[in-house]
Design a protein around this ligand. Structure first.
Ligand code: ATP
Ligand code: MG
Length: 411
C-alpha cells in the first residue's frame, strides 16, 4: 500500500511491551489499531513520549466488551460519544479513539457531526499537522500519507490539507502551531504561516480553557523565544501586552516563573483580570498574585536569611518559581540563591515556626498569653534564622530571658 514505510519497524523496539500486548489483543479479534499522534512524532524525534494514543476501528463499546475482565486492565470512560476509551494496563495509560472523520464545522471549533469510519487513512486526514498525522503499526510499519517524515526531517510545521480551511474548521490549531514551534523548535511552512495570520481573528470563537492549555504548553517550550515572532498575534488573542518574550529561554521551564517574566510590568489588577479571563485555576491565580508582590528585587546581603524570610510567606514551589524568574534578570544571583536554598533544605535549617523546638504551649505554661506568644515565637524564629541562637528549647528560653530582661521567664 502506498505510504507504508517498513524501515520504521525499528520504532517498534522503543514501544512499551504493554502497548504491544494491548495492540495484539485488539487485532487478534479482527479490529485494526495504530499508534498515532504525538507519541509517534516524539519517537521519531528520539524523545520519550509523554503518553500513547491509539486509533482503532473498534468502537468504545466493542473495546469495552473485548478488554473488560482481562487481568490487569482498568477501563476509564473518556467521553464515549467522541469515541475515546482510556485503558490502564501494566503501568501505562492509553487512550484509544475510534477512527473517525469530522463533518463540516459550524462555529470554527465544533464539527457539526462526528462519524466513525473504517479506515486509518480517513482518520489521519482530520489531524492537524503532518508530523502529527503519522500512524505506526507494530507489524506493518509507519504510515505517512502527508509527508510528515519529510517535514520532521526539515523541522517544519505544515497543516494537513488546505491550511485556510483547516484553521477555519478549528482556529485553536493556530495556537497549536505556535505551541509546537515553541516546544519542538520547528518553523512554519509558508502557506501554513500565511493562513495563521489570515485566520487569527477566528481565535475569538475558541473556548478560553482550550486556549489556556496551548498557551501554557507554548510558554514551557524549550524554544519559547520563537514566540516573539508571533507576539502581536498572541497579544491580540489573549488581550494582553507581554514583555520579555525573548528572555523566556533564560528562565527554567517553570510555568509560574515564565508567567511572571512576561507579565512583570503589569499592575496586580491587570494580572487578576488576565487570570480570570483565561480561567486559570484559583490556586494558580492566587499563587501568581502572591508571587507578583515579591518580584521587585532589592539588594540581597545575606542570601541565607533572605531565602528563609521569603519562606515565611511563600511555599517552596513558589520560591523556586521566583528564583527561576530571577534567572532571566540576574543569573549569577539566581544561581547563588539556588545553591543557598539547596543547603538550607539539605541541612534542615529552620525557616518556619513549624520547625522551632519551642512551642506555643511551652510559653503558655510559663504564663504568656495571646499575641505575646506569637510575637515571642517569631522573635525566636528570627533569632534561629540569623544564627543568634540554637534551635534548642533550653537555649531558646535562656535567650528569650536575656532579651526580656526584667520580665523574667523562668520562675
Ligand atoms: P503532546 O505531546 O503535547 O500531547 P500531541 O500531538 O499528542 O502533543 P494532543 O493535544 O495530545 O497533542 O493531541 C493528540 C493528537 O490528536 C495530535 O497529535 C493530533 O494528531 C490530533 N489533534 C489534537 N488536537 C487537534 C486539533 N485541534 N485538530 C486536529 N487534530 C488534532
Ligand atoms: Mg498527546
Amino acid at each position: 500500500m502506498a505510504g507504508w514505510d517498513s524501515s520504521f519497524l525499528r520504532l517498534k523496539r522503543a514501544l512499551p511491551s504493554s502497548l504491544l500486548d494491548l495492540h495484539a489483543l485488539i487485532e487478534r479479534v479482527g479490529y485494526q489499531a495504530y499508534i498515532v499522534g504525538g507519541s509517534v512524532r516524539d519517537l521519531l524525534l528520539s524523545k520519550k513520549p509523554k503518553d500513547y494514543d491509539l486509533a482503532s476501528s473498534a468502537t468504545p463499546e466493542q473495546l469495552k466488551a473485548l478488554l473488560e475482565g482481562i487481568e490487569g486492565v482498568v477501563l476509564v470512560d473518556l467521553g464515549r460519544a467522541y469515541g475515546t476509551l482510556g485503558v490502564s494496563f501494566k503501568g501505562y495509560f492509553f487512550e484509544i479513539t475510534t477512527f473517525r472523520q469530522e463533518g463540516a464545522y459550524h462555529d470554527h471549533r465544533h464539527p457539526s457531526a462526528l462519524s466513525f469510519v473504517q479506515s486509518i487513512e480517513s482518520d489521519l486526514a482530520r489531524r492537524d499537522f503532518t508530523i502529527n498525522a503519522l500512524a505506526l503499526h507494530p507489524q506493518k510499519g509507519l504510515l505517512d500519507l502527508y509527508g510528515g517524515l519529510d517535514d520532521l526531517a526539515h523541522k517544519r510545521l505544515r497543516l494537513v490539507g488546505d491550511p485556510f480551511l483547516r484553521l477555519q474548521e478549528d482556529a485553536l490549531r493556530i495556537l497549536r502551531a505556535l505551541r509546537f514551534a515553541s516546544t519542538l523548535g520547528f518553523t512554519l511552512e509558508s502557506a501554513t504561516q500565511k493562513a495563521l495570520w489570515a485566520q487569527a481573528p477566528l481565535l475569538k470563537h475558541i473556548a478560553k480553557e482550550r486556549i489556556r492549555v496551548e498557551f501554557f504548553k507554548l510558554l514551557l517550550g524549550d524554544f519559547a523565544n520563537t514566540t516573539t515572532q508571533f507576539q502581536a498575534l498572541l497579544e491580540n488573542t489573549l488581550q494582553a501586552r507581554f514583555t520579555h518574550l525573548d528572555a523566556l529561554e533564560k528562565t527554567p521551564p517553570n510555568l509560574r516563573a515564565r508567567l511572571l517574566l512576561i507579565c512583570q510590568s503589569w499592575d496586580s489588577q491587570t494580572l487578576r483580570d488576565f487570570c480570570a479571563r483565561l480561567r486559570f485555576s484559583k490556586k494558580l491565580a492566587q499563587s501568581l498574585c502572591q508571587l507578583f508582590r515579591h518580584i521587585p528585587l532589592e539588594p540581597i546581603e545575606n542570601p541565607n536569611l533572605w531565602l528563609k524570610k521569603q519562606l515565611q510567606h511563600l511555599h517552596l514551589g513558589q520560591l523556586r518559581a521566583l528564583l527561576g524568574f530571577y534567572q532571566a534578570q540576574d543569573p549569577l544571583l539566581s544561581a547563588r540563591l539556588k545553591r543557598a536554598l539547596k543547603r538550607i533544605l539539605k541541612n534542615h535549617e529552620v525557616y518556619s515556626l513549624r520547625y522551632l523546638t519551642l512551642r506555643g504551649t511551652d510559653l503558655i505554661e510559663l504564663g504568656f498569653q495571646g499575641a505575646q506568644i506569637g510575637a515571642l515565637l517569631q522573635a525566636c524564629l528570627e533569632g534561629v534564622m540569623c544564627g543568634a541562637v540554637r534551635n534548642d528549647k533550653g537555649a531558646l528560653l535562656e535567650w528569650l530571658q536575656t532579651r526580656l530582661g526584667d520580665r523574667a521567664l523562668l520562675g
